[in-house]
Design a protein around this ligand. Structure first.
Ligand SMILES: [Zn+2]
Length: 123
């Protein structure tokens, strides 16, 4: 196989397949968790083979250690502390920490903007 970047159409198909696989994994989890784990494996195969980054939407839905599908409230604990989101995989005990600074900054921006609008309305 040729190494390096793949043509755009190939990447697009890959992205679509990853999305489909994760959707299936999400739907099947309550009935067949082992299938969900397999779908994650397949999605990861596509992502590594075609150099496609995992979509942000699904990035936090599988464990970085055992690569199992994570369903918050079922095999995954989600907690907030010190500006980070903690994901704990209950399959292997691995902790993932994701900062949410971006969301915090966004919130601050909205707050300041609404304040400015109010100020302008009063003038
Ligand atoms: Zn795990």
């Amino acid at each position: 196989m040729r190494r390096g970047r793949r043509p755009k159409w190939m990447i697009n198909i890959g992205k679509e397949r990853i999305d489909i696989l994760f959707k299936l994994a999400d739907n099947e989890f309550s009935r067949h968790p082992e299938r969900s784990h397999r779908y994650v494996k397949l999605a990861r195969n596509i992502s590594t083979k075609y150099n496609i980054p995992m979509p942000i939407k699904w990035k936090r839905r599988f464990c970085k250690n055992c690569y199992k599908f994570l369903k918050p409230g079922q095999n995954c604990k989600v907690r907030l502390s010190k500006g980070k989101v903690h994901f704990k995989c209950l399959e292997c005990g691995q902790m993932m920490r994701v900062p949410y600074e971006k969301e915090k900054k966004e919130k601050r921006r909205i707050k300041i903007e609404s304040y400015l609008i109010k100020k302008r309305a009063n003038e």
